[in-house]
Design a protein around this ligand. Structure first.
Ligand code: PGA
Length: 259
């Protein structure tokens, strides 16, 4: 069985004091849960401090973005090695907000995925369609193009830790969640595509997270779906109680499933 992931994407929220408090509360609340991979992706400025607080805990840390070059004159950017040096093990790549506001293309996403793996981080590659694309019946086509484009030229062995997050743009921060069936349909398509691109084994072992207005009251139904292996959670990850609830709900579900 694939090990589930509950990841919090804090986006551009939380100054140092707030971040430390939130991380502390999550750490306390999720203490002893060992059948869910817990990931926090705070703003860059808070990672180092949270990293010290979470050493040897069940919490892993990730960046929200990285550059594809190892280093260089790229004002305002952050490298994979920098993230690693403050304790990150993961990095979110190609989030729809990066695609929309910072014009990241599939080609850029691909370069970042490559750089992350080369530098020893686990990429969480995000894909998802806009409302217009969904209404035009193009969801599967768009997601397929994003997955194929982001992974172009990379082998199954190289991608053996890759995590994918399906996040329909119309569900992010809007309060509108995809129904479990809508999410499952796209997750199953991604898994089928991975089988075609790589192999059955690669596809079966990939973790595919759902993101987009995941909350304590809808997480269970989403996580019950066969091809949904966890959540990438924005707004609802900013409150410790709710985030810990989602970790516990997922943990209990997988305990029942025999994980
Ligand atoms: P949301 O964000 O949970 O606030 O919809 C999810 C995300 O953007 O990763």
């Amino acid at each position: 069985m694939r090990r589930p992931i509950i990841a919090g994407n804090w986006k551009m929220y939380k100054d140092m004091d707030e971040a430390v408090q939130l991380a502390n509360e999550i750490k306390r609340g999720a203490y002893r849960i060992d059948n869910v991979e817990i990931i926090l992706c705070p703003p860059f400025t808070n990672i180092s401090e949270i990293s010290e607080m979470t050493v040897e805990s069940n919490i892993g840390l990730g960046g929200q973005n990285c550059h594809w070059e190892k280093e260089g004159a790229y004002t305002g950017e952050i490298s994979v090695a920098m993230l690693k040096s403050v304790g990150c093990r993961y990095v979110i790549i190609g989030h729809s907000e990066r695609r929309k506001y910072f014009l990241e293309t599939d080609e850029i996403v691909g370069r970042k995925v490559n750089a992350a793996i080369a530098g020893g981080l686990v990429p969480i590659m995000c894909v998802g369609e806009t409302l217009e694309e969904r209404e035009a019946g193009k969801t599967l086509e768009v997601v397929k193009t994003q997955v194929t484009g982001g992974l172009k030229g990379l082998s199954a062995d190289y991608l053996d830790k890759l995590i994918i997050a399906y996040e329909p743009v119309w569900a992010i921060g809007t309060g509108k969640t995809a129904t479990p069936a809508q999410a499952q349909e796209v997750h199953a398509m991604i898994r089928k595509l991975l089988k075609e691109l790589y192999s059955e084994e690669f596809s079966y072992s990939r973790r595919i997270l759902y993101g987009g207005s995941v909350k304590p009251d809808n997480v269970l139904e989403l996580m019950k779906e066969d091809d949904i292996d966890g959540g990438l959670i924005g707004g609802a990850s900013l409150k410790a109680d709710g985030f810990v609830d989602m970790i516990k709900i997922t943990s209990s579900l997988y305990a029942e499933k025999g994980e």
